[in-house]
Design a protein around this ligand. Structure first.
Ligand code: IMP
Ligand code: MG
Length: 331
């Protein structure tokens, strides 16, 4: 199966964590590289326990998977250590020598800046840490003694694994509409979030990638400021069962119906070879826990067909509930 990139299509929180944890178990992912940073929380329900992971790769559910954090990522050391403890992955996680480091002062600037407050950042300090990296004054993982046992050359490990025919997954964070380049600037995060950027952060060249899975949620949510086409009132969101709060910060998420134009653009810029749709059961409750496409109602099937027609890519994986195996796998 080679190298797969999993990328979000909209404003994050599409359910990448769930899709990746499923692929980790189903496709026996050998190596999973997380990109981005601590601002993203990936939710995984594994063995009846719920995790909201900000640093540890979502493939941790497969005890055979090697877990890596790519050179392009920013590491928040206390959060990483907390999650290593929680997930018990001490002996199989590695951090690239050249990851940049988020310090308390970065979080402080993020929380206190009026400009960043206006954007509605998560307050973790990722933007200010990126600034220091660009100014070339920031610390790297290789400068931090506590990280010494975990340091590795992630690009080398990942490319060696791909060349040996192993199954490698590159874990994107956030979604295309939060990209510094392609998103709703200035209401975006501090990096490009597209599939190409995910590869760059991990150190994998474009010729090494076999599949790009773009993840859509069956409706759209957004936290923080900035436009959201078709935005519903909170009352309407609650009525439809679409009202969510953020896994990381607990903030209320705004919501809107699925947007086929944005979905098409996300498939294009990410070079998607296939798509996953999550939370189909939230929009079409009768599809709850379905494991085969035939079990879906005609409305739900029609929606999936419309996504395929708009984006030009096949919908291969469909989430029908929160647990890892609440999935329709059409591959
Ligand atoms: P920052 O990435 O913390 O600087 O926040 C910038 C914008 O991106 C804000 O609107 C955040 O709410 C949003 N954001 C950052 N990470 C995530 C995520 O993982 N999910 C959803 N929104 C995010
Ligand atoms: Mg999230």
């Amino acid at each position: 199966m080679g190298c797969t990139v999993v990328v979000g299509a909209f404003w994050g929180d599409e359910g990448k964590g769930k899709i990746i944890s499923y692929l980790a178990l189903k496709d026996k992912i050998d190596v999973c590289v997380r990109t981005g940073s601590v601002n993203a929380a990936h939710t995984i329900i594994h063995k009846d326990k719920k995790y909201a992971l900000h640093m540890v790769p979502s493939a941790f559910v497969n005890e055979q998977s090697r877990l890596l954090i790519g050179a392009g990522a920013n590491v928040h050391v206390p959060q990483l250590f907390k999650e290593i403890e929680e997930t018990g992955v001490k002996n199989r996680i590695g951090v690239d020598y050249q990851c940049s480091i988020i310090k308390e002062k970065h979080s402080q600037i993020d929380r206190e800046s009026a400009h960043l407050k206006g954007i509605g950042t998560t307050g973790w300090g990722v933007g200010p840490a990126q600034e220091d990296r660009v100014k070339r004054v920031g610390k790297l993982a290789r400068d931090i003694p506590e990280l010494e046992p975990y340091l590795t050359d992630v690009a080398l490990e990942t490319n060696v694994a791909i060349d040996a025919g192993k199954n490698v997954l590159l874990e994107g964070t956030q979604g295309l509409m939060l990209s510094l380049f392609f998103g709703t600037y200035p209401y975006v995060t501090s990096r490009d979030t597209s599939a190409s950027a995910i590869c760059a952060e991990a150190g994998v060249g474009p010729t090494k990638v076999n599949r790009v899975v773009v993840v859509y949620k069956a409706f759209i949510t957004r936290v923080g400021a900035g436009i959201l086409p078709g935005e519903l009132t909170k009352e309407e969101a609650i009525k439809r069962g679409w009202f969510e709060t953020a896994a990381g910060t607990g903030r209320e998420r705004r919501s809107a119906p699925f947007n086929f134009d944005l979905a098409k653009r996300a498939a294009m810029i990410n070079g998607a070879t296939e798509a996953a749709i999550t939370k189909l059961d939230v929009v079409f409750p009768e599809s709850k826990s379905a494991r085969t496409f035939d079990e879906l109602s005609s409305d739900a099937k029609e929606f999936v067909a419309k996504v395929e027609a708009a984006t030009g890519v096949p919908v291969t994986i469909i989430g029908t509930g929160p647990a890892v195996f609440d999935i329709i796998d059409r591959r």
